[in-house]
Design a protein around this ligand. Sequence first.
Ligand SMILES: [Zn+2]
Ligand SMILES: [Zn+2]
Length: 186
Amino acid sequence: MLITHDTRCALDAVVDLVNTAPEDDAVPDGLPNLAALTDFVRKHEISDVGVLSEFDLSAVRKVRGRFAKVFAAPDARAAAGLINELVAAAGTTPRLTDHDGYDWHVHYFAPGASIADHLAADCGMALAFFVVAGEQERLRRCEAPDCRRAFVDLSRNRSRRYCDSRTCGNRLHVAAYRARRKEAAG
Ligand SMILES: [Zn+2]
Ligand SMILES: [Zn+2]
């Protein structure tokens, strides 16, 4: 499937967003305050975002919870239902743009949308394309039992099982190394 620059950015943002939510209470929230949200907006170069407020922070956390469910969805139908809700609540306004030297592409967030609605619209549509392409299962959670971070598997044969965090990435390398050795020995 074709993944445009903007889709790629939206995917990176939504994965990052979902992974700020701790899986268990021992881990602190990755979006604890407005400063963290401001950093998030800057890091992902989310455009047209006005002055952020506490209201934005709680709205983004709510949207984050809904995105987390998409990554945990057992099948395409469940994911589609969740994405439809997200995108409908955000009130999308598709429009073509070629800002900042990028090729023509579509932005979905409505002009003047809040940061939460912006993320719901554009990240929601980025995930929607995976369902449309029959690729919903690429939206995954890391299979390491102590991790469960969200990630998008862009490998050719959808074989990725672990996220690329240091521990899980290593785990993957170790498994591949052992498999190679076994093959060489066999
Ligand atoms: Zn754009
Ligand atoms: Zn992991």
